[in-house]
Ligand binder design. Sequence first.
Ligand code: DGY
Length: 338
Amino acid sequence: MAEPRPRVWVAQPLFDDIVARLHAHFDVVQVPAVVEHDAAAVADALREADGALVTLNERVGEAEIAGAPRLRAVANLGVGYNNLDVAALHARGIVATNTPDVLTETTADFGFALMMAAARRVTEAERHLRAGRWQGWNFKGLLGADLHGSTLGILGMGRIGQGIARRAAGFDMRVLYHNRSRLPADVERACNARYVDFDALFAQADHLVLVLPYSAASHHIVDAAALARMQPTATLTNIARGGIVDEAALADALAHGRLASAALDVFEGEPAVDPRLLALDNVVLTPHIASGSLATRRAMVALAVDNLIAALGAGPDAGRPPTPIAPAGRDAKRPGTA
Ligand code: DGY
């Protein structure tokens, strides 16, 4: 009798024409609609699975894999993988992969777009106009801050942070960064960026962008004390993970004029957004779309599909998924960068 084909779980609707490549090798269980899976639903879906293609909506940790004896590979759609307990997966010999590189430029573009929107009050001005509050051209109305000639601060100088730094050259910005480890001199030169310590970054940036991975070490690293170091004219943009920022402290700083404005694409309790942030005019809010250009989202799915096929021992790269997540402490691409 023929061996049964491996079974893979595709946790969210993606692009059918790309996911179709999985059908050549595996039996595919495709979730038909966007859904927020709780731990029990993930555990249930993984019970009979050999592999899974998941998004940040699916947490995969010890509890979810406990009843999944066949599971051999989990391909995550995203460069960030804080939804995976990588140590628990590796302890079971399960390969975990993510999708770096393919989203770098798109995410850097969006970081810049958000920073500009916060500085120049773009969404606030649009709400003003749409609400019929525009009574005529007002010379001193809705004045914002310049990007050109200002100081850009980047916290987390990985691939995306470097992409943002490169863009800043076109705006004549002075670029400061802080990272867990300092970049080699040639990379600093290419980015025209200067390394400073955490406190100096917060104190000197006119526009500060967060691009670091989320972990226990970066949880609420932007807290009331860090925000208090910032200039009251400064902006803060977060395209990393919501849990990096203490949202209550941020809302407080924005409400009391201790920070000019913020732009947030990510939130600690996604999809819930702190009502104090929703009530403020000086914060730009978007629903976690930084990597969301059509081309990039397709490239992310293609890479995750390649990873899953190879990790399950099929296809031309059998056994060699293109972008595996290394065990902690052995990451060639340095944890601490995105
Ligand atoms: C990423 O790649 O980490 C994005 O936030 C989407 O998950």
